[in-house]
Design a protein around this ligand. Sequence first.
Ligand code: BTN
Length: 256
Amino acid sequence: MNYPHSFDGQLPGENGIYYYPLLGSTNTEVRRLAEEGAPGGTVVLADAQSAGRGRRGRSWHSPPGKGIFFSILLRPPQTEPAAAAPITLVAAAAIARQLRDATGMQVAVKWPNDLLIGTKKLGGILTEARISGQGPLYLVLGVGLNINHRIEDFPVELRGRATSLHLESSLTFKRTALFLAILKGLRRDCRLFFETGFAPFQPLWKELSTTLGSTVELVRPGKAIRGKAVDLDPAGALLIEDDEGRCHRIICGEIV
Ligand code: BTN
């Protein structure tokens, strides 16, 4: 298999990694492979996406030659769907840690799926699940990271809120090496999570978090909750104390 120079250097052609210069969405492709019976651990990486998807129906801007856009298929042994829910937190912490180790930059996590530098978004994770009667048949974990983007590579409306490793350092990064380091850490941590649950990841997530201690507004269908994010419990739920002193235990949603 030949890899174009736009994704710098050679990727290992084995190990269940499929590389495409351009795809609609790597999540969609992994779902297709999953339906065909692909094994857990299968990865699809794209240099660019024409229909990259973010959370809550948003699109994910994925220009060529700039980012790391990939999805991994996970087939968890658990039969209980709720047991797999904190996988997004595990992935965010794993990726933030790898990026910190590789670049020395202060990459942080924002509950539940954002990667930040300062207050700006460096990347995000989109987890999709196919649930059967017995539990999640499989999970697709999609990761989008802004690596070598210049400011003009972002749509105008994102320029105030998004950042890249390049914008934070003026350096140009070798995406292949970063991707392989991230994938190694992610595979290891997902395996550990399926064996042990979220508890071993709680201290790391708290250490990397910008969410705890800040005032947050939780957006979710029904009712918004405003308050202080006071803790993350061992199951990965966010604890928010509202202005009346009531504590809310949140397992899904989005904070602004
Ligand atoms: C978010 O923050 O809203 C999540 C963004 C996830 C984007 C990635 S890019 C690779 C994978 N394929 C997609 O279509 N989306 C995810």
